[in-house]
Design a protein around this ligand. Structure first.
Ligand SMILES: [Zn+2]
Length: 274
């Protein structure tokens, strides 16, 4: 369970005088200018910024400044009829998109040549690398590991009899292996862009989850209608959660706000790397 440090404004009524607001705006503009100049003029080491590590910037006078880049937190998955949208929503940017690309033309490698013979048997959900991938349907993990097109993938046989394929992962969640039972919303791994090559191959396309659903009879079915319903449910739940937090904050209920915030977010182990 993540521990939330309550924001300073929580439970502290802010008089917010006009003078104070103006002074605040002037300060914000000055800080922005300093940051802009700093970013344009000075070398910034982004190498370890992506994993919530330390971002180091040399300052103009040679002093080393170090500040922490916070990792996003992820909302606990919302369930609809026992199913969860398979990509976690973040409280940061939530760059998440899923075009209905069911049956879109795809290249396949035939006798050493790429040829346009396949169609897309799933839906691609675009999200940032490292975003948690969640079990859409409860079931048992059927396979974990590498295949040529899917890259690092997790396959789950759902309790509904369908096979759920989660492909192109950057990493598999510790503890996810064949035979393990997973609940809807359980973390299976992280978004990546592996595949279309030998083990470890990546970067042929932007990071996304390929979600495939195969019926017990072996036919791939279009996940899009279910995904659209599940996504709408997650947005509704996120909005409701934030409104509840804001009501508690407005009432100055500090400990209730902390409890609600802790309950709203998933507790995650650190990513297992690429
Ligand atoms: Zn795909």
């Amino acid at each position: 369970m993540p521990k939330f440090v309550p924001p300073p404004w929580l439970g502290v009524p802010s008089p917010g005088s006009r003078v104070r607001r103006i002074r605040g705006r002037v300060c914000a503009v000055l800080v922005s200018l300093v940051l802009l100049v700093g970013i344009q003029v000075l070398p910034v080491d982004h190498a370890d910024a992506g994993k919530g590590g330390r971002l180091r910037a040399a300052t103009a006078d040679g002093l080393a400044a170090s500040y922490h880049v916070a990792a996003p937190a992820y909302y606990r998955p919302a369930l609809l009829d026992g199913k969860a949208f398979p990509v976690a929503r973040s409280n940061f940017l939530s760059l998440l998109e899923f075009p209905n690309n069911w049956h879109a033309p795809r290249l396949r490698l035939i006798n050493g040549k790429w040829e346009l013979v396949g169609v897309h048997l799933g839906i691609d959900i675009v999200a940032e690398r490292g975003t948690p991938v969640l079990a859409m349907e409860p079931g048992m993990v059927a396979n974990v590991g590498w295949t040529f097109y899917s890259g690092t993938r997790v396959g789950v046989r759902g309790v509904d009899g369908h096979y759920y394929l989660y492909a192109h992962l950057s990493s598999v969640q510790p503890g996810i292996r064949s035979g393990v039972h997973v609940a809807a919303g359980a973390v299976l791994g992280r978004i990546g862009n592996t595949g279309y090559g030998p083990p470890g191959h990546r970067d042929e396309f932007p990071p996304h989850l390929h979600l495939g659903i195969q019926s017990a009879r072996g036919e791939w079915v279009n996940p899009y209608p279910t995904l659209a319903l599940l996504y709408r449910q997650t947005v509704t739940e996120t909005t409701r959660t934030q409104a509840a937090l804001d009501r508690l904050a407005a009432a100055g209920k500090r400990s209730a706000w902390i409890r609600r915030a802790e309950n709203a977010y998933m507790s995650l182990n650190p990513p297992g790397g690429e």
